[in-house]
Design a binder for this molecule. Structure first.
Ligand SMILES: O=C(O)CCC(=O)C(=O)O
Length: 322
């Protein structure tokens, strides 16, 4: 269960809920001061360890956000209203921000990653591998090691700005993954929190962030994602998910809110918390819809504490610096 601890009473409520659910994905909240001198009660900064907080200040200078971490002020390409939206709703979208050369590289590697997944299915004599369904949709994870050319994007200034604005000063690359909806047969993907998949693998962990990068123009016709603002579904709480036996999707939201569709040009990034519910639609049209996910954590996520990192666990930012 997620903790959003803007005050002690809230923390007690969340701890109670957490002890009931047995799930733990915690988020500690620091206070932050706005330009006008007002102190906000919640903040996008997530502290890695219980009891720790990073006083952080945001303010606008010449259209850029300035994030102050301790004594260090850093310009950020994430506008202040997006930082606030992340805090209030658990997501924001930056339109067409991925440089063209990175986009091209991501698309090239995407095709190779799908070929590799098909070869894996051939070897195992199957058409369904976890949540991968041959010719319908693919989730090709941890491709960075085989295709390290994309480190430039994963560890770029843009990624650093987004991570500082959402996670705070200490950040680790956790995972990368292509999600491909094939043309015509592209399957939908059920409502979930990314934290539920992580919890299934490693149990309790702090709130993380996903950068969902659109490699094609995305819309409701070609299987874009829909995001459920956290205030429309009970807040930032990681909830139990149920596995759908046909698709193998883990599903955690059964309400009738359709969510907010991300309709954006290729090169856009939807940034959402690991506790923000999202889903994606089918792709009945003729063209493929591709996305690349980069996921970051405020700590090195461990399979077993002290043993080895879950996925990458590679240090990206320390005290806000790469
Ligand atoms: O790109 C999509 O269709 C959804 C991907 C997704 O939600 C995920 O991998 O967590």
């Amino acid at each position: 269960m997620v903790l959003t601890t803007s005050n002690r009473a809230a923390e007690r409520r969340h701890l109670l809920a957490q002890s009931r659910s047995g799930l733990d994905c915690f988020r500690l909240t620091a206070r932050f001061d706005t330009n006008d001198g007002n102190t906000q009660s919640s903040c996008p900064v997530v502290a890695a360890t219980r009891g720790e907080s990073h006083p952080t200040r945001t303010g606008e200078r010449l259209g850029r956000t300035v994030i102050v971490m301790g004594r260090v002020a850093m310009k950020s390409s994430v506008p202040r209203e997006k930082v606030r939206q992340y805090s209030d709703e658990g997501f924001f979208v930056l339109e067409a921000v991925i440089p063209h050369e990175h986009l091209e590289l991501l698309r090239t590697v995407c095709a190779a990653a799908v070929d590799e997944m098909n070869a894996d299915m051939d070897r195992q004599g199957c058409d369904v591998l976890g949540i991968n369904h041959r010719g319908k949709r693919y989730f090709c994870g941890q491709t960075m090691r085989r295709h390290p050319e994309r480190r430039e994007l994963l560890f770029s200034d843009l990624a650093a700005d987004i991570c500082r604005a959402t996670l705070g000063p200490d950040v680790y690359l956790h995972n990368d993954q292509y999600v491909v909806k094939c043309g015509r047969e592209g399957m939908a993907f059920g409502w979930h929190q990314d934290g539920a998949y992580v919890h299934h693998r490693i149990g309790d962990h702090p709130e993380c962030v996903t950068l969902w990068c659109a490699l094609d123009d995305v819309n409701e016709e070609n299987g874009t994602i829909y995001v459920l603002p956290t205030h429309r579904c009970g807040g930032r709480q990681l909830v139990e998910h149920v596995k759908d036996e046909r698709s193998n999707d883990r599903i955690g939201y059964f309400g009738d809110d359709p969510g907010v569709p991300v309709i954006a040009p290729a090169g856009s990034i939807a940034v959402f918390s690991s506790v923000t519910f999202h889903r994606s639609g089918p792709n009945p049209g003729g063209s493929v819809r591709r996305a690349y996910l980069a996921q970051y954590a405020p700590v090195q996520l461990l399979n077993e504490p002290g043993v080895f990192p879950q996925y990458y666990g590679e240090l990206f930012l320390q005290d806000g610096r790469s």
